[in-house]
Design a protein around this ligand. Sequence first.
Ligand code: FEO
Length: 400
Amino acid sequence: MQRVLIDKISKNVYLLRLNDENTKYFEGLWYIPEGISYNAYVATLPEGVVLFDGWKHVYGELYVETLRQIVDFKDIKYVVVHHTEPDHSGSLKSLFNHVKNATILGHSFAIQLIQVFYGKLAEFRSVNDGEVVKIGKEYAIHFYHVPWLHWPDTVVSFLTGDNVLFTCDVFGSYGIPSKVFYEELTEEEKTKFRWFTQKYFANVIGHYVDWVIKNLEKLSQLNLDVKIIAPGHGPLHKEFNNIVTLYKALGSRKISPGKTIIIYTSMYKFVEDAVRIVVEELSRKGVNYRVYKFTDTYRDPESDIIGDVFDAENIILATSTYESDVFPLAKYIIDLLKMKVPSNKKILVMSVYGWGPVAGRKIMDSLMEKGFQVVGSLELKGSPSMYEEKIRTELNKLIP
Ligand code: FEO
């Protein structure tokens, strides 16, 4: 895969894309074997050059060298920072080693963050919600605050003339697209990128889901004549139905009816035996289910679990009591579920124990406290094969 891509996407705007296959754990947390791209943009306007976002800090010098191929640094008038997370702002320090007279445009909180992250790099100008910055007579950048997508600093901007809406994390995805625009991808790749968008959304924005619809409605009411949506990660969009529909579904916590996710940890195959009974029963019922596990030979990525469970209707969580508490990996997954996933799910908890049942009650209390509907908590002493009938009965409460 080509690492750096430069592509002219409209009359004046270039995409500068860095395809990052080195980052295995996005934010040091989310496993992404599919990689990620950082999309920076450059508008070469008659009255000056405007940069929109950048790349992760380890690619700072590469960003500068790439930028040098298309602009003279003395022509750079503004650097727009839509959002200060360092996957977009990390190259600012390298940039301002070479650029002397540009002004940084961003939300007042972004400007505070830039100063604490990188020091006083340049002149700053904070932009208010709805503010317009003119670039000569013909062009203007309109700024709109979209708080919590992904941080409180986040703004999107609209470049008139080229009619490009720069959205940073909003509408972004994991993965490295083979083409610039979503519409140019094969059907197979489109399906993959819908999943990568959902996974990115759940991992990164999931905690702030309350803000998604509010911000989408706000943008929609502006009636901007958008020709291109240009996000900070993944493919760009010329037709918006697909991406906006997906975002509205995720933002409104839409459930995929019947979708069932089984998550289990198993130390010595006892829990796995219980899950085998569950899987047989779900297959018999024709349920759409997927299994994620943590065992002595395999671990599924938390990033996929959180992405997949986001729109599920049912969860079956199976684990064991461990040192009079919940098995540590199950505790970790429960914390992530509570942090990132809407609570509009029904959950069946199953826990296996040897000398004392503890995990089931603790998990149930913890999930119910967050608003999940726990339909049952099954404590199984010893081998689950002794409790086949009991497991099937409890499962019927979740999925009749
Ligand atoms: Fe892609 Fe919140 O940074």
